[in-house]
Ligand binder design. Sequence first.
Ligand SMILES: O=C(O)CCC(=O)C(=O)O
Length: 271
Amino acid sequence: MLNDEQIEQYHRDGYILASGLFGGAQLDELEREFDAIIDRRMKNRARIRTVWQGDWNQDPSLHLISTHDLQAYSAAWTRALVEPAFVDTIAQVIGPNVQLHHTKMFQKPPEKGAGFPMHQDHPYFPHDHDTMIAAVIHLSEATEEMGCLCFYPGSHRQGPIETYKQPDGGPQNHYLDPADWPVEKATRCPARRGDVVIFSYLTIHGSAPNRSNRTRKTVLIQLRDPADRPTTGDHPSHGQGLMLGGVDPLEGRHAAGGSLHLPREEHTKPA
Ligand SMILES: O=C(O)CCC(=O)C(=O)O
């Protein structure tokens, strides 16, 4: 659980590091499953090697290994989502009703692990009341040299910031102008194995490449208050709408696609 000072820090800085939510045999199992998902997906030739597109000036040899929706691949990860210590901590930040939006893993390979340009998550899935947060579970240590998360503290209070437009009119990739928001000037948030870093989808964040000889392993869980409606469009995902804590007072009326968990009779065609 977070103490009062940590909750105050979350509201002031837009992010917080929570320790002691995952550990021991559970953390070992989650890391084994993380590695096994990557092995299986590589054997199945899934396209899991990726990097953030755009002209933000990164060495092209750098890359990440990434897969969305770990709960679709491993029951251990489904169980992690409802781990009481985890859900109770999230509830301290967004309120008692905690709803899953999506999950994704990032493996930053040693020496070649790509970074992330500074950005807000907001443009990907804007919501009316901005309750959306990310909780990043660390399955390895993440030092500065390993490309730990970094933040512009307090930036969530500026609201949505206009994203960078490529001069060539290329596709918009939702990151901020690197000249205004350099990764180098952001505050590092190193974490130990088992730590969870929680941040608002308005907090400007990113990370530098992994230049160490160790692998950085993280799983990001995106969560919201179910009463907070998506402002525009869909961002569907496996299991989106699953209640991890409390109840959904809107009974799924605004789930992605409009009906992921609507009551059965609303799916039934009239005879
Ligand atoms: O894991 C990282 O280094 C950054 C991840 C991130 O910024 C994101 O997924 O929005």
